[in-house]
Design a protein around this ligand. Structure first.
Ligand code: FEO
Length: 163
């Protein structure tokens, strides 16, 4: 396969998407343990979303006849200082995902693989949303000045995330 390097990199990203979900699952557990039920629900939804990202990518590779493999996943962190730390860590994580998606597109261009380049557009748009989700969350948390009453209201709202 002349574009083996590209296909391998997408396969690596499949694992990274699942690993991302795993980080959010750990956050959901931390939040539940610290009685932030809304934050926990929000992060649990994020875990489900990451699995969708991974599945979509794996299916694309399978459709191309690439033998998808699932790599090792590191343990998810389980300690956070507070909900602001949770949100900031999430944004940093998403920035790394964006960087990886950009690298895949660069490689697709190197191999002039239009199928990959077109397919990955969805992830480019998705990453705009992902980064916005967490930068908005950070702004909302900061707006409370870490005031418990404000955080409780925010927690209630996050508990209503549907997708
Ligand atoms: Fe799949 Fe949150 O990037």
């Amino acid at each position: 396969m002349k574009n083996q390097e590209l296909m391998d990199k997408i396969n690596e990203q499949v694992t990274f998407e699942i690993a991302s979900g795993y980080v959010y699952l750990g956050m959901a557990a931390w939040a539940a343990d610290n009685d932030w039920d809304g934050f926990s629900h929000f992060m649990y939804k994020q875990w489900e979303e990451e699995l969708e990202h991974a599945n979509k990518m794996a299916k694309f590779l399978m459709d191309l006849g690439y033998p998808v493999t699932f790599g090792a996943i590191e343990a998810a962190p389980s300690e956070y200082k507070d909900v602001l730390d949770l949100a900031k860590t999430s944004l940093e994580h998403e920035q790394e995902v964006t960087q990886r998606i950009n690298e895949i597109i660069d490689l697709a261009r190197k191999y002039d693989d239009k199928r990959v380049e077109y397919f990955m557009q969805w992830y480019i748009n998705e990453q705009v949303e992902e980064e916005d989700t967490f930068s908005t969350l950070i702004a909302k948390i900061e707006r409370t000045n870490m005031n418990p009453a404000g955080l409780m209201i925010l927690d209630g709202k996050l508990g209503r995330r549907e997708d």
